[in-house]
Design a protein around this ligand. Structure first.
Ligand SMILES: [Fe+2]
Length: 129
């Protein structure tokens, strides 16, 4: 980041913000609307997936700060990018290592079979009607 010209840094931040606001945020909205309520019901408590929603909010807030940051302020840009990396990495680990195994257990306990979740939480989710 420090070795980039200001123009290169600005373009890079725009590409990152575009990915976070368009691709990742769309994915998070679909999880919040379609997946998490269903998982919370399976786990027996509507609050069971609230921490994941809080993660999405935190990612959105840091993304907004990144978008507004001065492209000359390299240390702030690095702070925000490292923060986003940590938030997103931990969020994905929670989905893959905590929620999916719980979901697998709950689904295998059901005599009427799977609920139609994608096996990969980072792929589009399709629920059976
Ligand atoms: Fe998520």
């Amino acid at each position: 980041m420090p070795s980039l010209s200001e123009e290169e840094r600005h373009e890079l931040i725009e590409r990152i913000v575009s990915f976070l606001r368009d691709d990742l945020a769309t994915h998070a909205e679909s999880e919040g609307r379609d997946l998490y309520p269903h998982v919370a019901r399976l786990l027996g408590d509507p609050r069971a997936t609230k921490p994941m929603v809080y993660d999405h909010d935190a990612i959105r807030q840091v993304t907004a700060r990144l978008q507004e940051a001065d492209s000359q302020d390299v240390s702030l840009l690095q702070e925000l990018l490292y923060g986003l990396h940590a938030l997103i990495t931990v969020h994905f680990r929670k989905e893959e290592e905590l929620y999916l195994p719980l979901l697998d257990c709950k689904i295998s306990e059901r005599p009427d079979g799977p609920y139609g979740f994608s096996a990969d939480v980072h792929q589009p989710h399709v629920l059976n009607p």
